[in-house]
Structure formats: structure tokens, C-alpha cells
Design a protein. Sequence first.
Length: 286
Amino acid sequence: MQQISKSLNNDSLMERHNHRQRGKLNYSRSSLHTCSQSETLSGRDLMRNRSSSLNLTATQLLLVRKTWSHARNQGALEPALSIFRNSFYKCGEIRSLIMDGPKNMGYERLKKHAKSFTDIMDRLITGLEAKEIVIEELRKAGRAHLCLLRDNCTKFDNKSNTQLIGCPFRLIHFDHFASAMIERTLEWGEKKDRNKTTQTGWTKIVLFIVEQLREGYQDAIREERRERQKRTVTQLTPLSNHYNSIYVPVPAPVPAPVPVPVPVPAPVPISVICLHKYYINRFTNR
């Protein structure tokens, strides 16, 4: 009975925690929309412009750096690991993509993702004035996710050739990751620093990061599609040249049939004709 009551208490605590997190996310989104109207820059406009312009104010920049430093003090990879764990909760496919395989392999893959993400975040947060340096890194990371789509599409189940093992990477996974990251940024920093200004700055950064990842992923898809078309044309061109180079002999004209001469009977000698008439007249006069 005590175990059952403990499990029920844990479930209720988890449910209340998730409810608070969803409330914080909704509050962050509404706050971002309100603040963005005054700054003439909304999240939707930011996405439409591919998030190439962050336009953070000096106060937002200061609070973002302060809260990021506070989060990094909790552990070298803890901010990134907490984001990935939250994305696992939001989308089980992300968990399958990262944690697939033996236990140690999945955990090492998770640490590798967290290390790469933390390095990019450090360079971005410390150099927001020159963010163009990080854009190519983010797009390169987005292009690297194409191998997940390619590798998973080549794995088949032993029972059926149409059932895939795991799941292919999709663009929607970036959206789940963005949502997970926004929720975690609401918990960074001291309580007095968790205000609308901080939320607006972090949301702009999250949209910027995710949009660059999406751009890199879509660029990789377009490049692979072009390469596939080139390979198809290359394979078809020698075949067409081969058929064009085949020598087809022109049939020789058929000669007109030579008329066969009809044999003309030899003329009957005159003596025989006369003898024939003689006998006819003789029998007639009788």
C-alpha cells in the first residue's frame, strides 16, 4: 500500500510539474508576442525572415548572457542534456534517434550531441554581435541530420521489407527541440532574472538556432536531390549514345523481277501441213 501511495504521489507531482511547465511556455509565448509588437519584431516575422536578424536589445543581451552563465555553472553539459531530455519527453522519435542501439552507445551519442550543442551555444552567446560566424556551424549541423534520414531508410525489419527499424529524421523534430529548449530557458538564472525581457531574448535565440538548423537540413535535401538527378542523367546518356551508335544496315533495293520468256512452239514444216490437208480433202470427197 505504501508503494502504491508513493507511486500515486509521484504521478500527481509529475502531472503538476508538467502543468506548470506548460503554463510557463504559454506565458512565455504570450509575453513574447506582447513584447514583439512594441519592438516591431515578432516570432512569426523572425521565422519568415529565416531568423537571420536577432535584433536583441542591450538589456536582453545582458540577461541572456547572465542566465546562460548561471545554467553553465550547474554542469558543463547540464543545460544541453536537460534540453535533450525534455525533447525526449515531447517526442519519442527523438529519443529513438539518439538513444537507439546499445545502452552505452546511445549515451555516448547523447553526450556528443550535448557537447556540440554547448560549444555552439558558447560561441553564439559570447559573440551575438558577430553571429554570422555561428550560422555556418548551425547549418552544417543541420545538414548532418540528413544521414539519419538516409541511414534509417536503408534499415529494414527481418519480418517485412516495408517496416523500418527506428524512425527517419523529420523537420518536425526541430520544432519539438525548440519547444523543449524554450521551456528549459525559463528555468535558467536567478528568479529575479526570469522576466519578459529575458524570455523574449531567449525565444529569439531559440528561433534563430532552430531556423538555421532547418535551413541546413533543407539545403542538404536539395543538394542530394540534384545529385540524384545528375546520376540519373549520367546513367541514361551512355545508353542513348550506345543506341545511337548502333549501325543499322540499309536494305539493298530489290531488283525488279525479270520476265520469263514464254516458249514459242517451233513452226510446223510446210510438207507436213500439205500432207495433212491432202488427207482431209481425200476423206471429205468420198
